[in-house]
Ligand binder design. Structure first.
Ligand code: NDP
Length: 345
């Protein structure tokens, strides 16, 4: 039997709670022509999934969407054989089908994984969409260089830890913003950031100003809200900003499109400072950049030049609670849930 999570009925508001989800059981599906059946090993939990649900892209009764790392069990799909380890989109489920007739966004097409390139779980992290997000926003949009001060918010998280390390490798001075003290220490001691401040401090604005005595040249935004307000006065003329996400605002139901509202609200400031502000959607970078990015990032990770912390929870039952934690800062590193045995460990 296949256990999977689906949305419970009822309106969704604010931030997720476990009560928003129901665990169901159904027979394991059989692959049709052009399809393959796989068992899920790792389920990726990502803030955008809550947006999908609130906007009604995902309906009660459907398997909750998620990117996954899986192992093919039975294949009628060209290019995939039983035993293959794959990146795919099984969702919050123990088993799933891929291939013909299974709709996926074009930037989430299944691909085979090579365990020699790094832990297979990294395919939903640094060697996958999150790594590409950090690379697109930091390296391609903001292009940090020696002499710059680059600030990264949600600095110990899935995207933030990579974005900061890319800025460091490019020669910039890197300042993180994170929550708990252990996350702040991790950014400096493990990731090699030059400084990190806590947004839980009542003196956030002063702490950030002290950590950025020459102002901010590059700003990688994952959070918004009070963190952005603390950073805004420090932007230098011509600063570059990548608008990756605004997680502090994802629970605010009055704002259906927080990024558009953010860009409108702050346009006068961006104009006055002659800033280059780039909205970021990782899907737009996959076709052109994913291949070269994976080569480059696999080498950096293998050489230990980019470190990557994962927060791996165990068991399909834990998914809704882990998802709620992610949205409130309870995760420490890229959060994912292991729901099946990893044959590479
Ligand atoms: P993270 O692993 O960074 O986890 C989210 C973190 O956000 C939490 O751990 C917490 O860190 C921080 N956070 C949560 N609420 C608040 C708050 N109210 N104030 C300040 N910080 C808060 O998640 P991801 O790496 O998966 O995602 C990071 C961002 O990247 C999100 O905004 C997401 O939407 C965005 N994203 C955008 C993509 C794109 O294409 N543009 C693609 C992928 C992700 P702490 O405890 O340190 O505060």
């Amino acid at each position: 039997m296949n256990r999977y999570w689906t949305l419970a009925r009822g309106p969704l508001s604010g931030l997720p709670t476990p009560a928003n989800f129901e665990l169901r059981t159904a027979p394991v599906p059989a692959p049709g022509p052009g399809q393959a059946l796989s068992r899920t090993i790792y389920v990726s939990l990502d803030p955008y999934q809550w947006g999908y649900r609130k906007r009604g892209v995902e309906k009660p009764g459907e398997v909750c969407h998620a990117r996954t790392v899986s192992q093919v069990i039975e294949s009628r799909m060209e290019g995939f054989a039983a035993g293959d380890l794959v990146f795919n989109v099984n969702g919050w489920a123990e088993y799933g089908l891929m291939g013909e007739g299974i709709e996926r966004p074009s930037y989430m097409i299944p691909r085979k994984l090579d365990p020699a390139r790094g832990r297979i779980s990294l395919a939903v992290g640094v060697l996958g969409m999150l790594g590409l997000t950090a690379y697109a926003g930091m390296t391609l949009q903001c292009a940090p260089k020696a002499g710059d001060t680059a600030v990264v918010t949600a600095a110990s998280g899935g995207v933030g830890q990579i974005a900061g390390q890319l800025a460091r490798i490019a020669g910039a001075r890197v300042v993180g913003v994170a929550g708990r003290e252990d996350k702040v220490r991790y950014a400096v001691e493990e990731l090699g950031f030059d400084a990190c401040v806590s947004h839980l401090s009542p003196r956030l604005a002063a702490d950030l100003a002290a950590a950025c005595p020459g102002g901010i040249d590059v700003y990688f935004e994952n959070v918004g809200g009070a963190v952005f307000e603390a950073a805004a006065p420090l932007f230098n003329r011509g600063a570059r900003l990548s608008l990756c996400g605004l997680i502090a605002q994802y629970g605010d139901d009055s704002d259906p499109d927080p990024k558009a509202a953010f860009l409108r609200r702050h346009e006068p400031l961006f104009q006055a400072k002659g800033m280059k502000v780039s909205d970021l959607f990782v899907g737009a970078f996959v076709a052109e950049h994913q291949g070269p990015f994976l080569e480059e990032m696999s080498a950096l990770v293998a050489a230990g030049r980019v470190k990557y912390r994962e927060d791996i929870r165990q068991g399909i039952e834990t998914i809704p609670a882990a998802f709620a934690e992610l949205m409130g800062g309870g995760n420490f590193g890229k959060i994912l849930v292991q729901v099946g045995a990893d044959p590479t460990l």
